[in-house]
Design a protein around this ligand. Structure first.
Ligand code: ADP
Ligand code: MG
Length: 418
């Protein structure tokens, strides 16, 4: 008799959503410091001057709290990640529009990353004996089309980490045998991390698209996880300078890898999901190069990954419009250029793949920023055509065993009926 209830529990665990899901698109405006404002939010619409955009899935005005932002943008994606679906939450917008404020938050005002971590550990900390969630994180930045490990060298780093720096004068301290060994000269701490093997974006059938060759840190508590994020973020900031503000030019991708194992009797199901939390480069870096006298400098400002992100969205719009017209073959033939840039390659699952995705588009309301705000809202409107077909990531071997068990149970039931 227990077979029946057990079966329905497995069914719930294995359930896949049947439908495509639109990417969730939210707008948030940051508080205005001074000056005239050009942008206003009414309901789910946003207007700049006379131009109206929307409706969007969520709008968050200047007074919105970090909690409201999390609830309106990220909460569902994190919930789905805990159920075995890949997820992605991205912040898009011009430099200064509030992306880092929303993702990383500030002291005492936690952003999406800390809240997501808290939600993950609230669930994983309240598990029964039958389920276990393993949490690991990676943190990379994409800068000038190179993937850099932001966790390299951190304590607790595991896979692929470089060896720690040489022990400080260990031999001398031991040989001296003093109670108070002479304070070892601290070797000058490298301002830039040691040269690292460049992480690579790879894809395989079981794991999907992932970064290979970067530090993967096991997190046993929310605090450990937040520490890793803070450490990596500091590294990102340090590498930049005031003149060449790296954080406005690089994409920071913090990823939680969740491996959830459910065991019951002899059967086990493993769900492995990845949750990307992304602080994108300033979207002003995408503007088409106008051949002014300063052509070279201008070209240097263009961000390949952002440009390709735009092209990917254009292709997906085209696909969607062909499908609406019933041109299924045409839709299938549309080439989506994910591979033209590191960012789109890495986030392929979120951009038309099998993940749940949400994009927070950050804007300033100031009249002086109106052109940036308009371009962000235009992009946000286009994002509404992006859909994904979420699928749980279950281990095929587990699935086969479960299938056999079920068949077995059915046969047994048939025998009893006879
Ligand atoms: P971005 O990462 O998009 O370049 P930031 O997040 O660094 O922009 O925001 C620029 C400045 O505005 C920061 O000083 C930040 O603290 C402030 N800021 C942005 N959004 C908000 C907000 N919603 N509430 C309060 N301050 C904000
Ligand atoms: Mg920033």
């Amino acid at each position: 008799e227990s077979d029946v209830s057990e079966q329905s529990e497995w069914d719930a665990l294995l359930a896949q959503p049947a439908e495509e899901t639109a990417v969730r698109v939210a707008i948030r405006s940051r508080p205005q410091i001074d000056g005239e404002s050009a942008t206003s939010i009414r309901g789910n619409h946003v207007s700049v001057g006379d131009t109206n955009f929307g409706p969007f899935d969520a709008t968050l005005d200047d007074h919105s709290t970090q909690k409201a932002t999390y609830d309106g943008v990220a909460r569902n994606v994190v919930e789905q990640a805990l159920r075995g679906f890949h997820g992605c939450v991205m912040a898009y917008g011009a430099t200064g529009s509030g992306k880092t404020h929303a993702m990383a938050g500030e002291r005492g005002d936690a952003g999406i990353v800390s809240r997501a971590i808290a939600q993950v550990f609230a669930v994983s900390g309240a598990e029964s004996d039958e389920t276990h969630t393993r949490v690991e994180c990676t943190y990379v930045e994409i800068y000038r089309e190179q993937v850099r490990d932001l966790l390299v060298g951190d304590a607790g780093a595991s896979e692929n980490a470089l060896p720690p720096p040489p022990q400080q004068q260990r031999g001398r301290a031991l040989q001296a045998g003093n109670r108070t060994p002479p304070r070892a000269k601290t070797p000058p701490r490298a301002k830039t991390p040691p040269p690292q093997k460049q992480p690579r974006i790879r894809e395989d059938e079981r794991r999907g698209v992932f970064v290979d060759g970067c530090t993967r840190t096991r997190c046993r508590s929310a605090e450990e996880c937040i520490d890793a994020f803070r450490m990596g973020s500091r590294r990102r900031a340090v590498r930049g300078t005031a003149k060449n503000d790296r954080s406005s030019r690089s994409h920071a991708v913090f990823t939680l890898e969740l491996t959830r194992t459910t065991t019951r009797g002899a059967a086990t199901v493993t769900q492995a999901s990845r949750l990307h939390l992304v602080d994108l480069a300033g979207s002003e870096r995408v503007k088409e190069s106008k051949t002014t006298g300063d052509g070279v400098k201008e070209a240097g400002n263009i961000n390949q990954s952002l440009m390709v992100l735009g092209n990917v969205v254009t292709a997906l719009e085209d696909k969607a419009s062909k499908r609406r017209k019933g041109d299924i073959n045409g839709a299938a033939r549309v080439h989506v250029p994910y591979r033209d840039a590191k960012l789109t390659r890495l986030l392929q699952d979120a951009l038309g793949g099998n993940a749940y995705a949400a994009i927070l588009c950050c804007v300033s309301r100031a009249a002086a920023d109106a052109s940036h705000t308009t371009s962000t809202l235009r992009f946000a409107s286009r994002l509404k055509s992006v859909t994904t077909a979420p699928r749980k990531n279950l281990d095929p071997k587990d699935m086969e065993i479960l299938r056999l068990r079920r068949e077995n149970a059915k046969l047994r039931a048939a025998l009893v009926d006879d």
